[in-house]
Design a protein around this ligand. Sequence first.
Ligand SMILES: [Zn+2]
Ligand SMILES: [Zn+2]
Ligand SMILES: [Zn+2]
Length: 81
Amino acid sequence: MCRQISEGCVNRGCGHYTQTAVHAIADCQSSRCRLSTSHLPSCRAPSCRCNSTYGPDIERTTHTLPGLCQQCFNSPTPHIY
Ligand SMILES: [Zn+2]
Ligand SMILES: [Zn+2]
Ligand SMILES: [Zn+2]
């Protein structure tokens, strides 16, 4: 299963990771994965039953920010620390 290598920041207030950019795709090199360059060109819909979703992002934290992330900041319920 391929994964996206993303870049983002972590908010110190809530510890959440906010993705700011997707850098690259980590190719799993599997012929059973439609997202991979190793997927066989002959394997196509409707017969293709290969994986077509990305795995969990590989998160690369570039910087940290004070306070809460946008999502927590906009949340109507107060954040529990
Ligand atoms: Zn893959
Ligand atoms: Zn396939
Ligand atoms: Zn948050």
